[in-house]
Design a protein around this ligand. Structure first.
Ligand code: N2P
Length: 395
């Protein structure tokens, strides 16, 4: 292609510029001086402070409780890398924290009992509202519910919440126990129902903290009871169905067990059962999973974003909480996990099938009938833990 006449000729390399020898030497000296000056202005590489490694945020959250894309976006926006570990029961979280020096910057304990205990023990760093302006996005009505154990909401922000109930494979449940109520814990806790459903598989999640209140409530007793007679009644109810349980695994394993058809009934968290339904549908093998919040009153749980007092990187933790509480970010998390959040401005951003699912956002009638478990005393906790290990062992 002919060169445009107005274009300047490409500048020739220095050697071909036809400079006389002396001028070339002078230029070389000048260049050398420049290089020296530059070297003096900045310390030699060996003396320079080592390059700062990318800051790291250490997160300890429930399994299946985030949209992984949200973590990638946080790193893209802030340069903060995320190290992410998961637990699937409050017992596991509490055991980890009680060993001390967990090394986590963000944890997600349920408002009661775990978060309440941590607040009381002074084990959480107060949130700085100036660094987390998006705290203002939280629903004041919901936040007042968790202020009972954290006056002024100083130590935590609601992340997600949900109910405890039954995930089930409706066709099999209908076939094997046609007369059993599908919206009551009686589907599991009436031995006659459990006996019939044992053939297609039953699981109860491994958590005294999150199962006993529901069992006590179904029995018509105080879900927080420390009365040995109440706990004996709960133990009897659990022992009566124990022979019919395939396993008592961590809640994380139940999502897959339901989704793959390994079991047809499980006592677990609402969003986990709904995620199982989503996975089963996506697999296209004809497995249809449904969730039911117990009609006798569902256990409601609020999970809190909180920062351990000894967090290595509290600044990053606050940046993360602020990021998560943006309406579009928490909407993505609810869409992915099928757990409701506490940011009203996220509602219009939700997928309609999530926003309008009464099992994700329970209607007023379910909420009015629900209960939030309290925080058992250490003595009651010991009774409950012993009861639970007998239940697991089946004797
Ligand atoms: C996530 C379970 C979180 C619900 N897999 C606990 N309240």
């Amino acid at each position: 292609m002919p060169r445009h006449p107005a274009a300047p000729p490409p500048s020739p390399p220095l050697r071909e510029a036809g400079l006389p020898g002396r001028r070339r030497a002078a230029l070389a000296v000048l260049l050398a001086l420049c290089v020296c000056a530059a070297a003096l202005a900045s310390p030699p590489a060996a003396r320079r402070a080592p390059a700062q490694p990318a800051p790291v945020l250490n997160v300890y959250n429930w399994s299946d409780y985030i949209d992984p894309e949200v973590l990638r976006r946080f790193t893209r926006e802030t340069g903060i890398r995320v190290r992410y570990d998961v637990y699937d029961s409050l017992e596991t979280l509490e055991a980890k924290l009680s060993a001390g020096r967990s090394g986590y910057d963000i944890i997600v304990p349920t408002s009661e009992p775990t978060f309440a205990r941590l607040v009381r023990a002074g084990a959480l760093r107060p949130l700085d509202p100036a660094r987390i302006p998006n705290l203002a996005n939280l629903d004041p009505g919901l936040m007042s519910k968790v202020a009972r154990t954290d006056p002024g909401n100083r130590h935590g922000a609601i992340y997600l919440w949900g109910t405890t109930g039954l995930g089930m494979r409706v066709d099999q449940v209908r076939a094997l126990a046609p007369d059993a109520p599908r919206d009551s814990l009686g589907l599991l806790l009436q031995p006659e129902n459990a006996r019939r459903l044992a053939r297609c598989g039953i699981m109860v999640m491994d958590s005294a903290t999150d199962v006993l209140p529901s069992v006590l409530h179904w029995l018509g007793r105080d879900p927080d009871s420390a009365d040995p007679a109440d706990l004996r009644a709960a133990e009897q109810a659990l022992m009566a169905i124990r022979p019919y349980l395939r396993a008592i695994p961590g809640s994380g394993a139940i999502v897959d067990a339901l989704a793959t058809g390994e079991v047809c009934l499980a006592l677990t968290y609402s969003g986990d059962a709904i995620q199982a339904a989503v996975r089963a549908r996506a697999a296209g093998r004809g497995i249809e999973i449904a969730y039911a919040a117990p009609r006798e009153g569902a256990q409601l749980a609020f999970d809190m974003l909180a920062i351990p007092a000894d967090a290595p990187n509290p600044e990053a933790a606050m940046a993360f909480i602020d990021f998560v509480l943006r309406p579009e970010i928490i909407a993505a998390i609810t869409n992915h996990t099928r757990y409701p959040n506490a940011v009203p401005a996220s509602r219009p951003l939700l997928a309609p099938e999530v926003r309008d699912d009464p099992n994700v956002y329970p209607p007023e009638s379910v909420l009015a009938n629900s209960f939030v478990a309290g925080t058992p005393s250490p003595a009651a906790e010991r009774l409950r833990a012993r009861l639970w290990s007998r239940f697991k062992a089946g004797r």
